[in-house]
Design a protein around this ligand. Structure first.
Ligand SMILES: *Cc1c(COP(=O)(O)O)cnc(C)c1O
Length: 475
């Protein structure tokens, strides 16, 4: 399998070449040259597989530069009941007749990002050892991504993580999760500033090409193709649990921010998984809902980006969205470049409402959308708890609220649970007047010793810190 850029660059690369890279050289995102097709015979064969074996089958359609036995071992090392809490890894829970909740949040950091990041950690360690290289991951987080990255990379050989976060702005639980890690290769940096300051520091370091090369600086952000690929697996696993035969269709509702999660659903659907609708749920930051309703994609400024009670969906632009638009435009890289570099660069928006292909987002690709507000989020949490005794996190509540608006007779709707409520306890208390349940392994986590360095919002300071903690510059 070869990978290409959404902006038309002529070069083609294989999986391991793009694994440790971010953007393509022309600023585009990597996608496979084609989507392998899964026949109904293959679906029938996959139906009975354990999650790790299913992951291997799907990954091996996209990865041909890791020996099969090694890839299978990596899948089995990643998707264990010990790490993800159950043998099914992503069990479905029924919420009434036609609605299911797919549990993606029982990994080490209690959010769905573990599903991909745990595999990424093992893939990185494998590939770096094979090359005899090291990697210093530099990131900025306001919560879920940073902790998922740290729990995936802790103790891994050849990898160090330098994670910046805005001091005092994550929930106490999220801070405790990250800062209690004592692994030598994990470095928490609390920045005196907001999330944008952290991101600016990371950008400034990455723009220093000499430093970046000398210290092998890399990232783990959601545009990484390997993360997206890992997420494709749980659409298949959810489908098999919600159906009994392979002619049935299922819809998925996905709490969305950067469009990584639902883009994996798009890939699964393009492979031939019988998905009726892909329902994109946003919060008050409705960039994506606006596009699917109107055809206008309008990036927000930071003044127009709301801080909400489903904070992991507070985005001003959706970094993976370009992948879907590339497919929508019939994979025309030049046109994709004109939209994402040209129009977005000059006016911060583009408008496909007059393009006949825009209608295909719904008709041909199955996309639907909706949004949810703070009071609707609280209402959904309350009603779901009252009716089903199930406690939702605020992001999953947004997903369920929008899912209900798109139910079709005879088609099960699977809502992806993207986090557990304990991560966002303050909102649960607001909705129900009580604290959410805490998984036993997290008892008293806030009282554990913390390992975190305070720093001004200064890129030179973070460079000096990396240099000091990277024994020999990794040439
Ligand atoms: C990251 C995240 C999302 C958004 O996922 P995208 O892939 O960015 O669309 C939703 N909910 C939670 C809890 C998250 O951590």
């Amino acid at each position: 399998m070869q990978y290409l850029s959404t902006r038309g660059h002529p070069e083609r690369k294989r999986f391991c070449a793009i694994l440790l890279e971010g953007l393509a050289p022309d600023g585009g995102l990597y996608l496979p040259e084609h989507y392998p097709q899964v026949s109904s015979e293959t679906l029938a064969r996959w139906r009975g597989l354990a999650y790790a074996d299913l992951a291997f089958e799907i990954l091996s359609l996209y990865i041909d530069d890791i020996p099969a036995a090694d890839l299978r071992a990596l899948c089995h090392k990643t998707y264990t009941a010990q790490v993800f809490g159950t043998a099914q890894i992503v069990p479905l829970k029924k919420l009434g007749d036609a609605i299911y909740l797919e549990a993606l949040s029982n990994g080490p950091t209690l959010a769905f990002k573990d599903m991909a990041m745990q595999l990424l950690g093992n893939l990185f360690e494998y590939e770096l050892a094979r090359r005899g290289e090291e990697l210093n991951i530099l990131g900025a987080t306001s919560g879920d991504t940073g902790s998922a990255a740290e729990y995936a990379m802790r103790g891994k050989k050849g990898v160090r993580v330098f994670m910046t976060s805005p001091a005092g702005r994550m929930s106490p639980f999220q801070q405790a999760q990250m800062f209690s890690l004592m692994d030598e290769n994990i470095h928490n940096i609390a920045v005196d500033g907001v999330f944008d300051d952290c991101q600016d520091m990371v950008k400034a370091v990455s723009n220093d090409l000499e430093f970046k090369r000398r210290y092998k600086i890399g990232t783990v952000n959601s545009i990484n193709w390997a993360r997206l690929l890992a997420q494709v697996v749980y659409y298949f696993a959810g489908y098999f649990q919600a159906t009994s035969k392979d002619s049935e269709k299922v819809s998925f509702a996905v709490p969305s921010g950067n469009f990584g999660n639902v883009c994996a659903g798009h890939v699964a659907r393009m492979m031939g998984l019988p998905i009726a609708q892909l329902v994109v749920a946003t919060n008050e930051n409705d960039v994506l809902d606006e596009f699917f309703r109107t055809g206008v994609y309008r990036v927000r400024g930071s003044a127009d980006t709301h801080e909400t009670s489903s904070p992991s969906m507070d985005i001003s632009k959706a970094s993976n969205f370009e992948r879907f638009v590339f497919d929508l435009l019939g994979r025309d890289g030049a046109q994709c470049k004109a939209l994402f570099e040209g129009a977005l660069g000059s006016s911060g928006q583009f408008d496909l409402s007059a393009d006949p292909r825009f209608a295909q987002a719904a008709t041909r690709y199955g996309f639907k959308s909706g949004n949810s507000t703070h009071s609707q989020r609280l209402q959904t949490i309350r009603c779901t708890f009252a009716e089903h005794g199930v406690l939702l996190d605020p992001h999953t509540a947004d997903g369920l609220k929008v899912a209900r608006e798109h139910l079709q007779p005879g088609v099960p709707m699977v809502v992806l649970e993207t986090a557990l409520p304990i991560k966002f306890a303050a909102t649960i208390v607001q909705a129900l007047g009580r604290e959410p349940e805490r998984p036993p392994q997290f008892a008293g986590i806030e009282a554990l010793p913390k390992r975190v360095l305070s720093m001004q919002a200064d890129a030179e300071a973070v460079k000096a810190y990396i240099a000091k903690n990277c024994p020999q510059p990794c040439m």
